[in-house]
Design a protein around this ligand. Structure first.
Ligand code: ADP
Length: 262
């Protein structure tokens, strides 16, 4: 049986002219099953976000293929790729930056349904927004009419999660979603993501610097170094018995960084 998601030989080159071309992903292949939570770790600039952006369709790979649920995304027409987009959503690092300040919470959460032409009926959209807010434990009656600046950092990140959830995705790419939050809010967000995983079977590709958080959250870890996978395996195994010297150094460095932050 084919895995649920398979990335094969992904290469990404940024830049056009000879002098500014850089290969940020060299030959990245990995796969995961429905409901699996994958932690993607690596130093800054290793190419983690680029993998996330390619998965959600914000960037196009230079080479290689992505198959999701038996569908090779490359073979889809532009229209079909747009329709497919609802299956893979993204949560961003900075809920301040990623949420337009001029839109109400209800409009922000509803927007993907409009952009992706998923639900033409306004009443139905409102119902879906209410459901999404309930999933992230924000009272719809209290939050729908507010603006992002009227929310705390943790609440804003929950809105980001509701916005990702509204299209009922099978996969969510979470790019450093906890890095702007303090420790207790980080744990709350992880618990929320975990409960959505258990309730709805959503898989995550969780891009992070936070090794401590991966321990109770990620099923597997993939270590990226300069655009290549250097280590991969069950979370505990990668953290406790890394096979690549780079992984040990990275984990030690990230643990020190985390220690300094907390
Ligand atoms: P990470 O998420 O691991 O920090 P990124 O995927 O964001 O790494 O970036 C990998 C490399 O690609 C970096 O060297 C970065 O400067 C470069 N890069 C990212 N986006 C672009 C872009 N749009 N144009 C040119 N270079 C880019």
């Amino acid at each position: 049986m084919k895995p649920f998601v398979e990335l094969k030989g992904i290469m990404k080159v940024y830049g056009h002219s000879k002098s500014n071309k850089i290969a940020v992903l060299k030959d990245v292949s990995f796969s995961f099953e429905q409901g699996e939570i994958i932690g993607l770790i690596g130093a800054s600039g290793a190419g983690k976000s680029t993998i996330g952006k390619i998965l959600v369709g914000l960037e196009q790979q230079t080479k290689g293929s992505i198959t999701v649920d038996g569908i090779n995304l490359h073979t889809l027409s532009k229209k079909a790729r747009r329709q497919f987009a609802k299956n893979i959503a993204m949560i961003f690092q900075d809920p301040y930056e990623s949420l337009s300040s001029r839109m109400k919470i209800s409009q922000l959460i509803e927007e993907p349904l409009i952009i992706q032409k998923i639900e033409p009926d306004a009443k139905q959209r409102e119902q879906l927004v209410r459901e999404a807010l309930q999933v992230v434990s924000l009272d719809p009656d209290k939050y729908m009419t507010r603006y992002p600046h009227e929310l705390s950092g943790g609440e804003r990140q929950r809105v980001g999660v509701a916005r990702a959830f509204i299209t009922k995705p099978k996969i969510i790419v979470a790019d450093e979603p906890t890095s702007m939050l303090d420790t207790s809010l980080r744990l709350e967000l992880i618990q929320l993501l975990k409960s959505m995983n258990e309730q709805f079977g959503i898989s995550y590709v969780f891009v992070t610097h936070d090794i401590a958080l991966t321990k109770n959250f990620c099923d597997r870890i993939i270590v990226l170094h300069e655009g290549e996978i250097v280590d991969e395996g069950p979370t505990e195994q990668v953290i406790n018995e890394p096979t690549h010297p780079f992984t040990r150094a990275l984990i030690d460095a990230l643990l020190i960084l985390e220690g300094a932050k907390n």
